[in-house]
Design a protein around this ligand. Structure first.
Ligand code: SAM
Ligand code: SF4
Length: 332
C-alpha cells in the first residue's frame, strides 16, 4: 500500500473532516457574531457519500484515524449515518468526534452505536453566565449533561478542551482541574491561536502554555507527573495526576509549535484539502470528485497534494497578524 509521506518525511495517518462550517455557538475566539457564512450555501457541502469516498481513498493510502469536526458536527443532519458509512471502511480503525456538546446528550448513544470511538468536547468555563457570554448563547447545563452522557455510553476517553484567555477564564484553571479530576476527564488547555475570528484581536487574550503550566503545578503540586504517551498526547504535553485517572495536557500551538511531528491534514465541508492549519494551501477535491474521477485518480490527486504540505506554520511570528481564515472550515 502506498503511504502518504510528505516532503519532510512525515507520515500522514490522520484526517480531520469538517462536516459543516456552521455552528450553533459563536465562541468569541472562533466565530464572528453573525456566523461564518451567513449567506449559507448548502449545495457546496460534500454529501455523505462524497465524504465517505474521500475517506476511503485516504484509508487506502494509510490514513486510519478520522475526526469529525466543524463548525458544530452535531448540527449536520443525521450524523450517525455518516459515522456508519465510515465505520464500514475496513482500514479506518478510529473515529473520533469534536463537539461543543450542546446536542450530545440526545445523540451520544446513536453516535456510539454507529462507531464513534471517543470524543473531544470544548468547554471554556464552568460559570453558566460566563459560558453563555464566551459562546454567545451556549447552555452550560446541556454541555455538562452531554459530557456525562459521553461517559455513560462509553465514548471514551472523554477529552475536554479549554481555550485559555487572560481576561476571560484564566482564573478558572483550578476549578476546571478539580472538575476534570473528579470526573476522570482528560483536560487539555489550549493556547489561543491567531486564527478564526473576524475583527477581534483574540491575541490580546493570549496566555502561554508555560504560564498555564505554572498555575496547574501550583494547584496540584507534586502530584503532577509528566508522561510520554504519544498515542494519547498528539500535539499536547501530557501529565498524569497521582491518585486520579485523569490526564492533563497543555497545547502550545503558538509558543512552541509541534509541526515536525504533524501527521494530519484537514478536509473542509466544501471539499478542500487543507494541508496546514496555519497556511493557506488548499487543494480542491470536490471539483474532480463531481467531474467523475476514478478512485485511482482521486488517490493520485491526494498524493500530489501531500507533496505540497508546508513544513510548519508561523503562528508565533505572526501573533498579531490574525488569519481571517475560518477555524470552523478547518475544524480546529
Ligand atoms: N465545534 C466543535 C468544538 O468546539 O469542539 C468543533 C470545532 S472547533 C473549531 C475545534 C476546536 O478549535 C475547539 O476545541 C476550539 O476551542 C478550537 N478553536 C477554535 N478557535 C480557536 C482559536 N482561535 N485558538 C485556539 N483554539 C481554537
Ligand atoms: Fe462553534 Fe466550536 Fe467554533 Fe465554538 S469553537 S464557535 S463551538 S465551532
Amino acid at each position: 500500500m502506498t503511504a502518504l509521506i510528505d516532503p519532510f518525511q512525515r507520515k500522514i495517518e490522520y484526517l480531520r473532516v469538517s462536516v459543516t462550517d456552521k455552528c450553533n455557538y459563536r465562541c468569541s475566539y472562533c466565530m464572528p457574531e453573525e456566523g461564518a457564512h451567513p449567506e449559507g450555501r448548502y449545495t457546496e457541502y460534500l454529501d455523505y457519500d462524497e465524504i465517505t469516498r474521500i475517506i476511503k481513498a485516504f484509508s487506502e493510502l494509510g490514513v486510519w484515524k478520522i475526526r469529525l469536526t466543524g463548525g458544530e458536527p452535531l448540527i449536520r443532519k443525521n450524523l450517525p449515518q455518516l459515522v456508519q458509512q465510515i465505520s464500514a471502511l475496513p482500514l479506518v480503525t478510529d473515529i473520533a468526534l469534536s463537539t461543543n456538546a450542546e446536542h450530545l446528550a440526545e445523540q451520544a448513544l446513536a453516535l456510539k452505536e454507529a462507531g464513534v470511538t471517543r470524543t473531544n468536547i470544548s468547554l471554556d468555563s464552568l460559570d453558566p453566565v460566563k459560558f453563555e457570554r464566551i459562546t454567545r448563547g451556549g447552555n452550560l447545563n446541556k454541555v455538562l449533561a452531554g459530557i456525562d452522557r459521553a461517559f455513560a455510553v462509553g465514548m471514551t476517553p472523554v477529552k475536554v478542551n479549554m481555550v485559555v484567555m487572560k481576561q476571560t477564564n484564566f482564573d478558572e484553571i483550578p476549578t476546571m482541574l478539580d472538575y476534570a479530576l473528579d470526573k476522570g476527564i482528560n483536560l487539555r488547555f489550549i493556547e489561543t491561536m491567531p486564527i478564526g475570528t473576524a475583527g477581534i484581536s483574540v491575541m490580546d487574550e493570549y496566555v502561554s502554555a508555560d504560564q498555564i503550566l505554572e498555575i496547574i503545578k501550583h494547584h496540584v503540586g507534586s502530584d503532577l507527573l509528566p508522561m510520554l504517551d504519544k498515542q494519547e498526547a498528539g500535539p499536547a504535553r501530557v501529565y498524569r495526576i497521582s491518585g486520579s485517572k485523569a490526564k492533563i495536557g497543555v497545547i502550545s500551538a503558538v509558543s512552541q509549535h509541534f509541526c515536525e511531528t504533524c501527521n494530519r491534514v484537514r478536509l473542509t465541508a466544501r471539499g478542500e484539502l487543507a494541508l496546514c492549519l496555519g497556511q493557506e494551501d488548499m487543494v480542491d477535491l470536490r471539483t474532480p470528485l463531481r467531474a467523475g474521477v476514478s478512485d485511482d485518480e482521486l488517490k493520485n490527486i491526494i498524493i500530489a497534494a501531500i507533496a505540497r504540505k508546508p513544513e510548519r506554520h508561523h503562528f508565533n511570528e505572526n501573533r498579531h497578524n490574525i488569519q481571517f481564515r475560518q477555524m470552523v472550515s478547518l475544524g480546529g
